[in-house]
Ligand binder design. Sequence first.
Ligand code: GUN
Length: 295
Amino acid sequence: MAEVILGKDVSAEVYAELRTRIERLKSKGVTPGLAVVLVGDDPASQVYVRKKGEMCEELGMKSITIRMPADTTQEQLMAKVDELNKDDSIHGFLVQLPLPSHLDEEAVINAIDPNKDVDCFHPSNVGRVLIGNPDFLPATPAGVVQILIKAGVDVSGKHAVIVGRSNIVGKPMAAILVQKGAAADATVTIVHSHTKNLPEITRQADILIVAIGKPRFITADMVKDGAVVIDVGTNRVEDPTSPKGSRLVGDVDFDNVKEKASVITPVPGGVGPMTICMLMANAVKAAEKASEVKQ
Ligand code: GUN
């Protein structure tokens, strides 16, 4: 039976350190400021954005949420990005994705000042992660790394199999784990929807990181005995027994896989809380960098 790692336990240590850094910044007259831009009214995005704002407030950071209507034009959104790039009280900001389909996400990401890009989505920040000289780390993969450290997983030389090749999770996760250094030095394989014999490869994983967006995609027969299993998926599925009529499940069949794994993260409560935590870490880092430049 696996050890179940909860994001709230891992994030508590990170938050304690962030609070100290925020106090230090405030003693120099700098209040770290994070802005989140939300276009339209996607229900899941509304929840994520609210949680980000609440966490900023809890940490004593400045928090701005900018809500724009679903029919916002590209020009209006680009003007907002430009305004935030120039606002000295905002050290980091992000534009919540997905955007309504008439908007060009890539153009928006490219327009964000890389020094304020707390999502680490701008091509220059993505490139820095790839060459092993990052300013920011993308929040979800960075949260997974913190979980591996907290669980005492020795990553060096292990076979890490990543299921999913998104720009937000799969690709940067691979880039981070393959680097030289602590909590890295892994042998990395990415599998995806076109991979042949996918279960054969997942069964070779010492560390299996799943971010494919399919409910309970990874079943117990696809997992090696004693593997470390990190579930990044968040899928809403129908559940007539729940008052809401639905509930969240991961990409891993948790109940069965936990019998085989040595370490596992649940959904909800595993990687999710770490993503917000690492976003806050990036916002604090952006404020520290900006205040160093000013001195
Ligand atoms: N949508 C889902 N996850 C994310 C994220 O980490 N950042 C942004 N900007 N949008 C998202």
